[in-house]
Structure formats: structure tokens, C-alpha cells
Design a protein around this ligand. Structure first.
Ligand code: TXA
Ligand code: MG
Length: 324
């Protein structure tokens, strides 16, 4: 059974307990602004292997390595000028940069899946403090069973992985609610590998260029978050719904009207005001609530494909994809 420490009650105790379990080579659940992470010492192969085992991930995939700050990141990766400008503008924050790994980096090849590149981000808030105290990067995928909905609260983590991990650090609900945006700079051009919590338009503003979105075969890393079917609730997912059938769950957005709501099993609205940031923060929690209602289908209202809507729609398409 996992021990849970509320970081809002005792930050120092949370950092000390976290460093102790991490130092012993075990993963712990940590809060980040995007989603909860299942974090382990990125330099320790046994600790990383525990991440895969705990998530029930079928195969090794590159994991994002979390750093305390840009200086720590520079010990492990080469920064081209565009990547550096993006790091300076958006770290700490929901942006992951894929960068060439430095040959003398202590990050273990199990965290990079043997690639000569590494995905790096500097998380905001408590996670950054924990990494600074620990002194080494933390590899951390989302803290959920492989293929399932990502956890945006300590309760989500506990319900899913509580029996399999030693420690959960609780900071309440994640503020962003979807995973980080992943980009890779190639010959000065910025390629979007995964839409996420930092809207593409903000990256374009700082980089002074449009993002490349078509995924080249060489850049397409077959990792769980990139698989067609992922973020899957138990129920079937139906998108762009304008009508709910009796017994279905409805996850609405804004003021769009949907017919048949009297027969809906549960009605949730991601953001009554049509605020995409609020919608992203509620997304995974509401998917779990709709699932728990016992509905066999979750109908989603259409969500605009702009700003954070791009990441929300990406996750919804994967949730709706045929199951593998
Ligand atoms: O918000 C987030 O990013 C969360 C929180 C916990 O920080 N973390 C997360 O990590 O989503 P993870 O390990 O599940 O993300 C893995 C994704 C892969 O799907 C892959 O697309 C990309 O990161 N990735 C990692 N290293 C890469 C590399 N060297 N080249 C290309 N993509 C890479
Ligand atoms: Mg995940």
C-alpha cells in the first residue's frame, strides 16, 4: 500500500520521503502541473525497469527526463539556439524538448530506449524542487496503468497504482490536466511530436515560425502516448455528439446544445464558459467519472481545435480509436 503525503501540509517531509524512496531505486508518484508522474531515478536502470513493471507497459519506450532547471538539462543534452530560446521562454512549464543526448550524460539508456536523443522538461512547482533536492533527473511517464486515462489527482493514482507503489506525493488536482507538448528542432525547424499543455501558437510566437506537424517516419517514436488507441476509458467513446442516447454519459463543452439529455446517465461540462484551459484541467477526471457512472458509451460534444483544444482533441481521438 502506498503511503501518501500531502505536500501542502508538509513540503519538507514530502521532499525527504521522496528522496529516500527514489534513492532506494523505487518509483514514486509525483504531482506536476500537467499530470501526475510515476518518477524514478533516470540514471538507475533498476529504478527505470520498476516504472515499466508498475505501469504494465508492454515494452520499453523513451521516457521524458525531468530536470530541476536549464543548467541541469545542459549537463545531459545539447541545445541548439531555437531549443534554448524555447527552454528560456517556457521552462519551468508544460514543454518537452527532444534533444541530442550528451555522450557523457548519466541518463541510462533504458530511459531513452537506446536512442541518441532524450526528451527533457523542467516541471513547474514542487516537482522541480524535489529534483533539485534529489540531484539527479527523474524519468517520469504519467502515473497510470499503461493504456488507461492519465492521473490528474493523487486519488486517481491511488485507485490505479496504490497497491503497486510505495509513495504518493499529493498536491491536489493538476492545474494543466494534459501532458506536456513535445517538440523537436531539426535544422532550425520545429516539429510538433505531441500536442499538449502548451498551445502550439505560443511556441510559434517564440520560435518565429510555423510548426511542422507531419510526422516523418524517422521522428515517429512508437511510444504509448503516440499509439492510436490510448487514454482509453472502459466505456466506448463517441465524438462530436449533438445527441445523447438513453443511458449514455454526456461530456459537454461550453453552451452547445445537445438533444436527449433527459435520458443521459450523467452530464458533465468540461467548461460551461467554453474555456479550453478549464476543459483540459477537467478532461481526465471527467472521463473517469463518466466511466464510473456505468454508462457503456461516453458522448463528447465537439471541442474547438484551437489552442489547448488541439491537445484535448488528440487525447479524445485516441480514447475513441478502435482498441488494440
Ligand atoms: O506532461 C508530461 O509530459 C508527463 C508528466 C509526468 O511530465 N510525462 C509524460 O511522459 O507524458 P512520457 O514518458 O509518458 O512521455 C513519453 C513520450 C513518448 O510518447 C515520446 O513521444 C516522447 O515522450 N519522447 C520521449 N523521448 C523521446 C525521444 N528521444 N524522441 C522522440 N520522442 C520522445
Ligand atoms: Mg501516459
Amino acid at each position: 500500500m502506498a503511503r501518501s503525503i500531502d505536500i501542502r501540509k508538509d513540503r519538507q517531509q514530502a521532499i525527504e520521503a521522496g528522496c529516500e524512496v527514489l534513492g532506494a531505486g523505487f518509483p514514486i508518484a509525483i504531482p506536476t502541473e500537467t499530470v501526475y508522474g510515476l518518477a524514478a531515478d533516470a540514471t538507475n536502470p533498476i529504478a527505470i525497469a520498476h516504472i515499466y513493471e508498475t505501469k504494465g507497459r508492454p515494452r520499453f519506450n523513451p521516457l521524458i527526463c525531468h530536470m530541476a532547471d536549464l543548467a541541469m538539462a545542459e549537463k545531459h543534452a545539447e541545445f541548439d539556439p531555437v531549443s534554448r530560446a524555447l527552454a528560456e521562454a517556457f521552462w519551468p512549464g508544460p514543454l518537452t524538448l527532444v534533444l541530442p543526448l550528451k555522450p557523457d550524460s548519466a541518463i541510462h539508456s533504458l530511459a531513452t530506449a537506446g536512442l541518441d536523443t532524450v526528451g527533457i522538461r523542467v516541471p513547474k512547482g514542487f516537482a522541480g524542487e524535489l529534483i533539485r533536492a534529489f540531484g539527479r533527473p527523474l524519468a517520469a511517464p504519467s502515473a497510470n496503468t499503461s493504456g488507461k486515462i492519465s492521473a490528474t489527482s493523487a486519488d486517481h493514482v491511488d485507485a490505479d497504482l496504490g497497491e503497486r507503489i510505495k509513495l504518493i506525493l499529493d498536491a491536489g488536482a493538476s492545474t494543466v490536466g494534459v501532458e506536456s507538448t513535445i517538440v523537436k528542432v531539426e535544422d532550425g525547424k520545429v516539429r510538433l511530436l505531441r500536442p499538449g499543455g502548451l498551445p502550439a501558437s505560443e511556441i510559434e510566437r517564440v520560435a518565429g515560425q510555423k510548426l511542422l506537424r507531419s510526422r516523418k517516419a524517422s521522428a515517429a517514436i512508437e511510444a504509448p502516448g503516440m499509439l492510436a488507441s490510448h487514454y482509453a476509458p472502459g466505456a466506448t467513446v463517441r465524438l462530436d455528439a449533438t445527441h445523447v442516447d438513453a443511458g449514455e454519459a454526456l461530456i459537454a463543452f461550453g453552451k452547445t446544445s445537445v438533444s436527449g439529455i433527459d435520458g443521459a446517465r450523467i452530464i458533465l461540462n468540461l467548461s460551461k464558459d467554453g474555456d479550453l484551459a478549464e476543459a483540459a484541467a477537467n478532461l481526465f477526471d471527467f472521463m473517469k467519472k463518466a466511466d464510473a457512472s456505468g454508462a457503456t458509451t461516453i458522448a463528447f460534444s465537439a471541442i474547438p481545435d484551437e489552442g489547448l483544444g488541439e491537445a484535448i482533441n488528440d487525447r479524445l481521438r485516441r480514447a475513441a480509436a478502435p482498441r488494440e
